[in-house]
Design a protein around this ligand. Structure first.
Ligand SMILES: *[C@@H]1O[C@H](CO)[C@@H](O)[C@H](O)[C@H]1NC(C)=O
Ligand SMILES: *[C@@H]1O[C@H](CO)[C@@H](O)[C@H](O)[C@H]1NC(C)=O
Ligand SMILES: *[C@@H]1O[C@H](CO)[C@@H](O)[C@H](O)[C@H]1NC(C)=O
Ligand SMILES: *[C@@H]1O[C@H](CO)[C@@H](O)[C@H](O)[C@H]1NC(C)=O
Ligand SMILES: *[C@@H]1O[C@H](CO)[C@@H](O)[C@H](O)[C@H]1NC(C)=O
Ligand SMILES: *[C@@H]1O[C@H](CO)[C@@H](O)[C@H](O)[C@H]1NC(C)=O
Ligand SMILES: *[C@@H]1O[C@H](CO)[C@@H](O)[C@H](O)[C@H]1NC(C)=O
Ligand SMILES: *[C@@H]1O[C@H](CO)[C@@H](O)[C@H](O)[C@H]1NC(C)=O
Ligand SMILES: *[C@@H]1O[C@H](CO)[C@@H](O)[C@H](O)[C@H]1NC(C)=O
Length: 577
């Protein structure tokens, strides 16, 4: 052990516990969780992994902004832009932390055992902080080097924690040398995991959309698109669309290579296909809706999102997790961080929880996106304008700060920020539903209860919405365009009019269900995409839990990457592990 490399004491700044409160402190908390008396009652300092994950999510959020643009400008690929990539990035960070934990534990197995893997001797059971920080730093630096530079995290950790983070020779015979082996092993896996990180995450599987790029500028251009889809009978297929006023590049689908990526716990990805989407009707109010009716239903939902109904609008925006966020996978890490503090977990339990939840969102991303590619289904943003081009719809969304208005079909748009419009991947199945059900299932299992400790709720203060905050004449950002001739009132059409509370969510499932339904309110998914996403997410959650609980308990692995029934498991909860 090279003492000079490791801080002998836990740094003082960790000792002052900061309650999880402000967006300023933690970047990724878009809104504060309310009435967090449980967190306040936890007097332990935040575990190291908590601090590392908070910084990590900050970088993921920035990376989703800059790396995408550079890749697109260079014409290399879509870049760091889709939720499965966020999930993979977070999972890589938790994996290095978990593998480090496993090396020091008496029986836990690492996520991957490789030939030279060794366990620390019984004497070394407490992982020095710098060992965790070193692994975390090396993996973050491998995936998001420009963020590491921008945020000066290397200097921060070197100065604050007194760790030396310079990469060391892989076979150095020291604790850092051992974690360097884990880092090298994980980097090798990341290079060959099918995501194509080195190539700007471009699809190398030769996926092509059937429909040509369509302009949705006005009725004439939508009509051209409609003619095409009708002629070639591809109306149910995803196509690239352009809406000049709001976005100016084609919506090329991203992460179509999911089916060649390496899952964590899903033996064959193929087993996680949803039924063909024409055969997946959905129920609403006891009525079976075919696919056409499910699209039309969204126009009814949007009608209800009128000026006086702020709550579903806030649910839609709170869970949107679109550009400049950490995506749905990051949102579930934020929720997990909150749960860690509510339950006052120590570092070992905290990192196992974050690892398991991120494994769930990683596998959920692969499962959902292979469905998207296979079924290649059309988004409401394309289907409704083309299929109902001249039909009238009352009281629809026509732009931020605009009064809801009567429109004809070609003018229809989801309830989203103007520059977003709709994600550039296919509808079926819903990523939000798949991620959220899988993550909530893991939280139930790992905490040993379906209930959120103390409930969770989020209050959005009057005028503080993300999409449509209160503003005034001197703030030009508030003045936009309505898509139809409608009253634009930036002064008074702010959201919400009064404070609105989302939740209280009593169970993890409640949280997941709200994340899922938010995409219906937003007009981004139809009901079958939502429901089938939840079902696939459930199966993913079960597979991930089977694997992580076996790893935690050190069950022996057979040659087929399956796990023997585990004699050590006495209950599902973490406390027994
Ligand atoms: C928080 O707790 C206080 C006191 O118990 C209560 O008055 C308030 O309504 C709660 N706020 C929310 C958002 O639940
Ligand atoms: C760089 O970091 C700052 C905060 O230190 C952040 O506000 C900014 O968005 C980051 N820039 C890029 C390009 O990531
Ligand atoms: C950090 O570690 C590297 C490689 O082991 C070594 O060359 C360097 O001198 C160390 N830096 C400090 C400040 O100790
Ligand atoms: C519709 O948009 C196209 C392409 O942007 C433009 O050339 C055309 O003049 C527009 N037509 C009408 C009727 O506004
Ligand atoms: C669409 O097809 C119809 C019938 O073939 C044709 O009359 C019409 O001009 C076409 N519209 C456009 C915009 O191409
Ligand atoms: C279901 O019922 C609600 C409330 O009565 C109504 O607003 C909604 O349109 C109904 N859905 C369908 C598909 O009829
Ligand atoms: C869907 O069901 C409605 C009745 O609710 C029916 O009018 C319509 O023709 C059906 N559409 C398809 C494509 O089957
Ligand atoms: C959680 O919320 C439910 C209502 O959904 C309420 O009945 C219950 O008392 C709450 N529990 C706590 C601990 O606040
Ligand atoms: C109007 O908005 C601008 C920009 O957000 C802000 O700086 C200014 O203080 C606001 N003025 C009033 C009167 O609220």
């Amino acid at each position: 052990m090279q003492h000079s490399l490791l801080s002998p004491i836990l740094v003082a700044c960790l000792l002052s516990a900061v309650p999880i409160k402000s967006e300023e402190d933690y970047g990724m908390y878009y809104y504060t969780f309310d009435n967090d008396t449980l967190t306040a009652s936890c007097t332990k300092p935040e575990p190291l992994i908590f601090r590392l994950m908070v910084d990590f999510l900050t970088m993921v959020k920035s990376e989703s902004d800059i790396a995408m643009e550079q890749c697109v400008l260079d014409g290399k690929g879509p870049g760091f832009t889709s939720p499965p990539l966020f999930a993979r990035t977070i999972f890589a960070a938790t994996t290095i932390a978990y593998n480090t934990y496993a090396r020091y534990s008496q029986y836990a197995n690492p996520a991957t055992i490789y030939d030279e893997w060794t366990r620390m001797s019984q004497k070394q059971q407490k992982v020095p902080d710098c060992i965790y920080i070193y692994g975390f730093y090396q993996i973050a630096n491998f995936i998001m080097p420009e963020q590491m530079t921008n945020y000066s995290f290397k200097q921060k950790y070197e100065n604050t924690f007194h760790c030396n983070l310079t990469e060391i020779l892989a076979n150095a015979d020291s604790e850092l040398g051992l974690v360097q082996r884990d880092v090298d092993q994980l980097k090798l896996q990341l290079k060959t995991d099918g995501f194509n990180q080195e190539g700007c995450y471009a699809d190398a599987t030769n996926f092509r959309t059937i429909n040509p790029p369509c302009r949705f500028d006005n009725r004439s251009t939508v009509a051209i698109c409609r003619n095409f889809t009708h002629t070639y009978n591809t109306i149910w297929n995803y196509g690239e669309i352009v809406k000049t006023d709001f976005i100016d590049s084609p919506r090329t689908p991203v992460f179509t290579q999911a089916q060649q990526a390496r899952p964590f716990s899903l033996g064959r990805l193929y087993d996680y296909l949803a039924p063909p989407y024409f055969e997946a009707p959905a129920f609403e109010n006891g009525t079976m809706m075919n696919l056409t009716d499910q699209f039309l239903y969204l126009t009814n939902v949007q009608k209800d999102l009128g000026a006086d109904n702020d709550k579903p609008k806030l649910i839609a925006e709170y869970w949107a997790d679109g550009p400049k966020t950490t995506g749905t996978p990051g949102h579930w890490q934020s929720i997990s961080l909150n749960i860690i503090r509510r339950l006052c977990y120590d570092n070992d339990d905290a990192l196992k929880l974050l690892f398991a939840v991120s494994a769930a969102t990683y596998d959920a991303g692969l499962a959902a996106w292979q469905n998207k590619r296979l079924y290649n289904s059309v988004r409401p943003a394309t289907f409704i304008p083309t299929e109902y081009i001249d039909d009238s719809f009352q009281h629809q969304f026509v732009g931020m700060y605009c009064d809801f208005g009567d429109i004809v079909g070609w003018q229809w748009s989801p309830y989203q920020e103007d520059h977003v419009i709709t994600p550039q991947f296919q509808e079926y199945i819903s990523g939000h539903s798949t991620f959220s059900r899988a993550a909530s299932f893991i939280l139930e299992k790992i905490t040993g209860s379906p209930n959120v400790p103390g409930n969770l709720s989020v209050t959005i203060k009057a005028g503080k919405s993300l999409f449509q905050p209160q503003c005034n004449k001197s703030n030009k950002a508030c003045y936009r365009q309505c898509r139809v001739n409608s009253l634009l009132d930036s002064e008074n059409n702010y959201i919400p009019k009064r404070d609105v509370t989302l939740g209280p969510w009593k169970t993890y499932r409640d949280i997941a269900n709200e994340a899922s339904i938010s995409r219906i309110y937003g007009g981004i998914h139809v009901t079958s995409g939502d429901i089938q996403g939840r079902m696939v997410g459930q199966k993913v959650g079960e597979a991930v839990w089977a694997k992580v609980s076996a790893l935690f308990n050190g069950c022996v692995r057979s040659s087929h990457d399956r796990f023997r029934p585990c004699s050590r498991v006495s209950s599902d909860g973490l406390s027994s592990i």
